[in-house]
Write a protein that binds this ligand. Sequence first.
Ligand SMILES: [Zn+2]
Length: 131
Amino acid sequence: MEAAVTLKINFAGKEILTPGQASYYSTQESMVKALKSLGLCWAVAAVCVLVPILHFVLTPAAFLAGPVAAVLVYTKTQKLPKSLSGSVVCSHCNTSTSFLFENAKPPLYEMCKTCRTGYQVIWPPESTAKV
Ligand SMILES: [Zn+2]
């Protein structure tokens, strides 16, 4: 799922708006990630069954944590970009510099490729237009 976004870029306090391109996880991809975290929790629960004493605490805890983790992972991946790209004119040296984030979690930091001034790409975007 691709979307044209308007991103806010923060250059040491100076905020600039720039167009970018974002792609999101599909419902199916989010579901797979959610099920993986569920599986991981339940695997921990299963392993702890074999450990004396621990299985009284960890097994039920991990068993209950599974669905909670799955829901959290699902909602999180629905909000985060799978990839985010664009370019911005550096406020320091005035050259255009591009950025690309893959599977990134905010805060998103990048550097100007010419003068190495650091900047932050603010997520979520200012506005989104689904393509
Ligand atoms: Zn620069």
